[in-house]
Design a protein around this ligand. Structure first.
Ligand code: GDP
Ligand code: K
Ligand code: MG
Length: 301
């Protein structure tokens, strides 16, 4: 783990209609095929993380499942996951296809982005397929709809202007630790989502006394030893003070129990399986400042 002062790190969500090239971009940047790509919409069903480690920064990319108006419960859940992904990141890349006029799907995403404080980059992908004049037109049509922090045309397939995009992202990252070892390019997407689901429930069920500084570590995800078709998830909620531990556990464990029961339902939806969720609460003083601890917080496989 790097202790460099001035080191930057952060999270970048990639959103956009199906087939605009989100996975192609991620794979180019990470240099390995980690996201499933295809010419069929909705190939990416789960969030996929890609980790890009550079000299002075580390960027964690999240390839969201296609954001579209949900048609069923699971769709709603995925949309919720994507929505949360938009709040908790440092930059949002809104990717569009240079060949396509702005459509209903794009407008729906723009609607979701309204009111969000995270800087949004408009990424016009597939510029290898269009004439520069066309590019200007498409940029103008989007400019009217939203106040983008940056507008960057690229070709994810051929690599044009991707370096420029990466150095622009770097400028927007806050100072932070190197979460992952430099040679690690991906993480189990489920791990990250599960920890976020648990954290979300704690935040919903507690008040101001619990600052948004808790962390959830997924210790283990494995088949249940006795019950067939059940997955055993073991997770630890890290707090900074003893008093916070008491709050998270609640009277006779009532609050923790409620967190567990709500989180379990979401995790079952995510994994499509029955889940036994084992939750622990641990006090880890000053965990935010200790990079070795961050490393233990599931940012590692
Ligand atoms: P996603 O659904 O947004 O993840 O899109 P994919 O990455 O799966 O890409 C969909 C299709 O667009 C694939 O056939 C890609 O090869 C193609 N594609 C992606 N980026 C580019 C690009 O910059 N130029 C061209 N010509 N095709 C691209
Ligand atoms: K696709
Ligand atoms: Mg994809």
């Amino acid at each position: 783990m790097q202790e460099n002062k001035g080191y930057k790190s952060g999270f970048v969500s990639i959103v956009g209609r199906p087939n605009v090239g989100k996975s192609t971009f991620l794979n180019r940047v990470i240099g390995q095929k980690i996201a499933i790509m295809s010419d069929k919409p909705q190939t990416t069903r789960n969030k996929v993380q890609g980790v890009l480690t550079q000299q002075n920064s580390q960027t964690i990319f999240i390839d969201t499942p296609g954001i579209h108006k949900p048609k069923h419960k699971l769709g709603e859940f995925m949309l919720k996951t994507s929505r949360n992904a938009l709040r908790e990141v440092d930059v949002i890349m809104f990717m569009v296809n240079a060949e396509q006029a702005i459509g209903k799907g794009d407008e729906f995403i723009i609607e979701l982005l309204q009111g969000n404080k995270t800087p949004v980059f408009l990424i016009i992908n597939k510029i290898d397929l269009v004439h520069p004049d066309e590019l200007v037109k498409i940029i103008d049509s989007y400019k009217d709809k939203f106040d983008f922090a940056e507008i960057i045309p690229i070709s994810a397939l051929q690599g044009n202007n991707v370096e420029n995009l990466l150095s622009t992202i770097e400028k927007y990252l806050p100072e932070g630790p190197q979460y992952y070892p430099a040679d690690q390019v991906t993480d189990h997407p489920e791990r990250f989502i599960i920890s976020e689901l648990i954290r979300e429930k704690v935040l919903h069920l507690t008040r101001e006394e619990i600052p948004h500084s808790i962390a959830v570590v997924i210790e283990r995800i494995k088949p249940h030893e006795e019950k067939e078709n059940m997955i055993h998830v073991q997770a630890t909620i890290m707090v900074e003070r003893d008093s916070q531990k008491g709050i998270v556990i609640g009277k006779r464990g009532a609050l923790l129990k409620e967190v567990g029961s709500r989180a379990r339902q979401d995790i079952e939806m995510l994994l499509g399986s029955k889940v036994y969720l084992e939750l622990w609460v641990k006090v880890q003083k000053d965990w935010r400042n200790k990079q070795t601890h961050l490393r233990d917080f599931g940012f590692r496989e």
